[in-house]
Design a protein. Structure first.
Length: 265
């Protein structure tokens, strides 16, 4: 049988922790590396629903994009949501691994997949990682060009198709022609300045603040905002397929119970 350490080693090679942001909490967060495993569930976030699914389906490991815990904890009690989730999973002997921003920035990570999904060419990191010395093509966000100038509305339609969503938010003129595109999954409005500095006409991120939208509008750079969940969930499904391919002896599946907590009313 495979051990949790075997799984961790593959995840660490696929999304090296050195690529993670300083503020992040990545790697094995709960569990014993020498434990034998058979069943692995991937998810974007550990929530009451996804945790219940993992317990019901007897997962040995949850590979969750968003870390649990994320912030340092002084106590773990049932009085908080984080505490209740951790206590329940520990009682069920379920380990937790999070690749988070290392997966975002990896050579075959979420941002690379998003750039390829938009059909970008000459893809490169928006902000190169120091680890690029030994691992080319890694870094925060992605930058690329479209095969030909394309209207904002056409790119929005392509993004919705790729992410399998019906709606998204946008800033800019529908008929604005776009050629250079920057992107960063999740909540990454802070990368707007890099997108502007790299002469992009469009920046794609999951979500951002109202004032970032105002700044983009004032600077003449379009925004596409498909939502935090949508901008990353596809990557979790791909990660599940990757792990299943690497470990055919394991049962691996992406959570079927989690979803976007935001909806249009």
């Amino acid at each position: 049988m495979l051990s949790l350490d075997d799984l961790c080693r593959v995840l660490e090679a696929f999304a090296p922790p050195v690529l993670s942001e300083d503020w992040d909490n990545v790697g094995l967060l709960v569990g014993e590396r020498d434990r034998k495993i058979e069943r692995v569930m991937t998810c974007l976030t550990i929530t009451p629903d996804s945790a219940a699914e993992a317990i019901e389906r007897q997962a040995d490991v949850i590979v969750a994009h968003h870390p649990l815990p994320f912030q340092p904890l002084k106590r773990i009690t049932s009085e908080t949501t984080v505490g209740r989730l951790l206590l329940g999973l520990i009682r069920a002997n379920i380990a937790i691994y999070s690749p988070h921003t290392a997966f975002d920035s990896a050579a075959a990570g979420i941002n690379q997949g998003l750039a390829e999904g938009l059909g970008l060419l000459d893809i490169e990191p928006l902000e190169v990682s120091a680890a690029a010395i030994t691992q080319p093509g890694v870094g925060s966000g992605r930058l690329g060009r479209l095969p030909q100038p394309t209207t904002l509305s056409e790119i929005a339609a392509q993004l919705k198709t790729f992410l399998k969503i019906k709606e998204l938010q946008l800033v800019g003129d529908d008929e604005q022609l776009i050629e250079r595109v920057a992107l960063a999954c999740g909540s990454a409005g802070g990368f707007l300045k890099q997108a502007i500095a790299r002469d992009c006409q469009l920046f794609v991120t999951g979500e951002t603040t109202f004032h970032t939208c105002l700044e983009a509008d004032a600077r003449g750079i379009a925004l596409l905002l498909p939502g935090h969940y949508a901008s990353e969930r596809f990557g979790i499904e791909r990660l599940s397929a990757f792990l299943a391919q690497q470990f055919p002896q394991l049962v691996v599946w992406p959570s079927e119970s989690e979803g976007d907590p935001l909806r249009w009313g």
